[in-house]
Ligand binder design. Structure first.
Ligand SMILES: [Fe+2]
Ligand SMILES: [Fe+2]
Length: 403
């Protein structure tokens, strides 16, 4: 038996995916091609993909009645994000006597060398590389040759010319509704019906705390994740004492560091401007940028729309002269949460325990926090962020005569 594996987000699946699978099936005499929708990719930060069940259902409806096409829920059923090496191993186990072909687009061949455990994958399966009419042939064959040298078995498949991307379909539904022309043209009627029924792509997915927390847990180091939980609890405690919105502080505290551990490369996909902002020559740093990056992830991927929460995440690293009460609480909770134990923080905690439970008292504690941050940065000879200095100045004025 000869089995093809076609992975992707399929959000949504369109005729291009189906035609490519059929091209591979026909030209390589495959008995079956499985569409394998992936789970939520942890490295994709700017968007949350449509729930697994919906994407699987759209695939089922699109391939209904087409012989030799099937869907596998292996990756979406997995708790952890599945890498291609796990998926091919799974298929090798399921079909021990079958010959496996991983179907990929021409644009991916050049990146195969970066795939996790590519040597192992090369031993388990071959690759069917789709060649679109009009592609850069020189690069296509060079990439194929390179992978053959590395031990891969690659076959060329002449792909059908279907010029559509799932993103265009999503955009069209969002802007023109589910009856948009592009949907009729490129989405199977039964899948298009499903998009309409479930109102997919019309609006952003709403905030789902369980999803967001699981996603953040997967991306952050365990210690940092625990720190987020502690900041959240601490923010609630402070909010209660100062009469500030506890729920907003809880959520903002919980996700304040969701932009940590994001690479310089990932910043680009969140917003190209963030990369510039992070460059030292522009007065930025990767340390400071996790505030703005986190605020974008919280909005784009987690669906948080509350301005106060987003600002609290955005400003928690440097502070901001005009930050509101929720941002002030989170800024402070990041210092006073009980898990941090350096001496300077103990001082802030001690001061904070006795300062007046008023706006001025909170402002005075923020001045202390800024002082500690400024002293720390100076001791390390690090770049001193102007926003922290401006925050200190503004809150020094706000605190009035509180010492
Ligand atoms: Fe942080
Ligand atoms: Fe933090």
């Amino acid at each position: 038996m000869r089995v093809g594996i076609s992975g992707g987000t399929f959000d949504p699946i369109h005729t291009g995916h189906i035609k490519s699978a059929l091209c591979a099936k026909e030209q390589l005499s495959l008995d079956k091609v499985f569409f394998v929708p992936c789970g939520e990719p942890p490295h994709k930060l700017s968007r949350r993909i449509t729930p697994d069940a919906d994407r699987v259902e759209m695939i089922k409806r699109s391939i209904d009645g087409i012989e030799g096409l099937d869907v596998s829920t292996y990756e979406v059923d997995k708790e952890e994000y599945s890498f291609s090496v796990d998926t091919v191993k799974y298929f090798a186990e399921q079909y021990p006597t079958a010959e496996l072909f991983f179907i990929i687009g021409a644009d991916v061949v050049g990146e195969l060398c970066h795939w996790k455990s590519i040597d192992e994958i090369f031993k388990i399966c071959s690759f069917a590389v789709l060649k679109r009419p009009g592609c850069d042939e020189e690069k296509f064959y060079r990439d194929i040759e390179e992978n053959r040298k590395n031990g891969g078995t690659l076959y060329e498949v002449a792909d059908a010319q279907v010029d559509v991307a799932s993103e265009q379909i999503r955009e069209a539904v969002k802007n023109q509704g589910p009856d948009a022309e592009i949907v009729k043209k490129y989405v199977a009627p039964k899948a298009a019906e499903y998009i309409k029924e479930k109102e997919l792509y019309v609006k952003e997915l709403p905030f789902d705390e369980k999803f967001a927390l699981a996603d953040m847990k997967r991306r952050l180091k365990p210690e940092r994740f625990k720190h987020c939980l502690r900041v959240s609890a601490e923010a609630v405690r402070i909010a209660k004492e100062f009469g500030i919105d506890e729920e907003k502080c809880r959520i903002a505290g919980l996700f304040h560091d969701c932009g940590k551990e994001v690479s310089f490369h990932q910043l680009y996909w969140l917003d190209p401007k963030l990369q510039d902002e992070a460059l030292p020559e522009n007065g930025g740093s990767m340390k400071v940028i996790h505030g703005p990056a986190g605020s974008l992830i919280a909005r784009k991927k987690y669906g948080i729309i509350d301005r106060e929460i987003l600002d609290a995440i955005r400003f928690h690293v440097t502070g901001a002269p005009d930050m509101g009460p929720v941002a002030q609480v989170v800024f402070l909770a990041d210092y006073t949460e009980p898990g941090r134990d350096d001496e300077a923080l103990k001082d802030i905690r001690k001061y904070f325990a006795t300062c007046p439970r008023t706006e001025e008292g909170l402002a005075a504690a923020i001045v202390k926090a800024c002082d500690s941050s400024i002293a720390f940065v100076k001791s390390k000879n690090d770049f001193l962020c102007p926003a922290t200095l401006a925050t200190r100045e503004a809150f020094y004025r706000k605190k009035g005569d509180i010492q």
